[in-house]
Write a protein that binds this ligand. Sequence first.
Ligand SMILES: [Zn+2]
Length: 222
Amino acid sequence: MKRGVGNAIRTVLWGICAVGWLCPGPAVMAAEITIPLADGFDFPVGKPNAEGYYRSRGLRLRPPRHMGDDWNGRAGGNSDLGAPVYAIGDGIVTLAANARGAWGNVVMTRHAYRDPSSGKVRYIDTLNGHLDRILIRLGERVKRGQLIGTIGTNSGMYPAHLHFEIRHNIRIGLHRESAPPTLEHWADPTAFIEGHRRLSRDRRPVPVPLNAYQPYPGVKGL
Ligand SMILES: [Zn+2]
């Protein structure tokens, strides 16, 4: 859709919304930003190959569910407390906040990439949970391997580790229950990274949808 036409449609929909008849849903109102396609994905710890780390848990879609990987330092205990967490690819920060509860400090990033099998541009979100420190800001563009935070314990709730998710569904945000536990919505993070280490990248940046998340109390996301 041409930008002018899209803006015109949005203006009309907001007009209708203003008179209280029909409020457009997030899909219609989502803003866009352009970012470069990712040229590949690395591991979020021990860059680029998770050197010095092991996965203590992986993706489990059946109860008791675990929607991503847990990364721990090989030296054990809290030896990895404060260790660097990196952006797995070029993208944009869509959430960087203390979500409290079981999450703690969370950084989410959104990435566009060209799927090698279909040739189409696709999107993923990553979620990095229980961080000790957040070292980037909401809306910031990140590069593959850029420091985004450090491994934490969620204020002593867990032994230090990185909880790391990859989602194909970029509307989930912090509402994990909002998407069915299937590989259509969630990726096995390690399998995804291993299958997408290096990707061809067009010169032209691509549009990426924003404002995709349902609101979560006290947390601003894109
Ligand atoms: Zn976990």
